[in-house]
Write a protein that binds this ligand. Sequence first.
Ligand code: MEV
Length: 432
Amino acid sequence: MTSKNLTELTKFYKKKRSERIDALENSGFLDTDWKESLENNLHLPEAIADSMIENQIGTYQLPYGVALNFLIDGQDYVVPMAVEEPSVIAAASSAAKLIGEHGGFQTVISERIMIGQAILTKVSSPQTAMDNLKANEHEILLKANQAHPSIVERGGGAHSLQIREIKEGSSHFLIVHLHIQTLEAMGANIINTMMEAILPLLEELTEGSALMGILSNYATECLATVTCRIPTHALAKNNLEGEEVRDSIVLASQVALVDPYRAVTHNKGIMNGVDAVVLASGNDWRAIEAGAHAYAARDGQYRALSKWYTAENGDLLGELTLPLPVGAVGGSISFHPGAQMTHHLLGNPDAGRLESIIVSAGLAQNFSAIRALVTEGIQKGHMSLQARSLAISAGAQGDEIKVTADLLRKSQHMNLVQAKSILEDLRNKRLR
Ligand code: MEV
């Protein structure tokens, strides 16, 4: 990636949309020949939309923006997000700015190994079946790899097998996991093809009945970890000393570890950042969501995915680990204009780099949320950003949106009734 001229992005949020697009170009994140796609609002051609799903009758749009200031493993990024919640991009950008001023995000990505499951029932002699499976591991892997030779040619494929036995009441399952390297792809089709291909062989070896063969979205062998460090002096806010803010953030982290009710909301904040990038990158955000929440409950209790704690020198340390089986190729990434734009703006990262960016967006979002919660509360910032949405919901159009939103921010109550009344006043005044 070439170096970027970040000063071009100064006061980005105050610019008009066309100026923001120019700023992305001038800063070196957007190549000139990609501008048109953004200027056309990442239009999804009708023929593509129609071939993507059954019974297509329209395209459902979301705002697409960039979170700024991300310094990840020494590299600057603008992080594209597709999201409807007004505060997400602002929160991610402000956290990334603060974290970027103190070394940025550091990430560690595990080897990207995906898991496929074959589930066998009616195995009358489980021990013999397991011995047979182990003795024939090579043949099983060979059969799986023969079902998808192209991934093997590119250096990936199924490379090991694990057997699990689960007994629960009258249910008894033998579950065979294949560990599969899908390289730059998320690999759902590769894995499913392989798993279905080995079912007859597994039935033969176990004398059981194959219930199904499918990938597992619980990608415990494909983990992304991000850490950051913030000195206390940088945390002071709202007349609160940095140490007080740090200690409150650590307490907020502790309560989210022990209380599932708080943990779910804490993790929702993380997923605000994660989902927005996963969606923008053309990846399957339902898979990421399902896997993340299972990972949050991996010791039997649902807990916070991130941890904030105090370093020996008093700095605040943050850490987040997520299963992130995303792909940099395949699926809608090869034809969806929004997904393609995201990969372009990120400098065409490989899948591991994309994981680093996504997990950093999650930690940034989490930091912003809990810092706001333990200082001024989130409503001030949220509602201020919500003002425009309320103005639009009240029926404001064109320049009425800004005027109504500004008046709404100054008014005592910020709700739809108030927005409607402000808009009505505004229109009456303009008529006079
Ligand atoms: C709102 O979308 C997300 C938060 O509720 C997250 C949190 O409580 O940590 C602010």
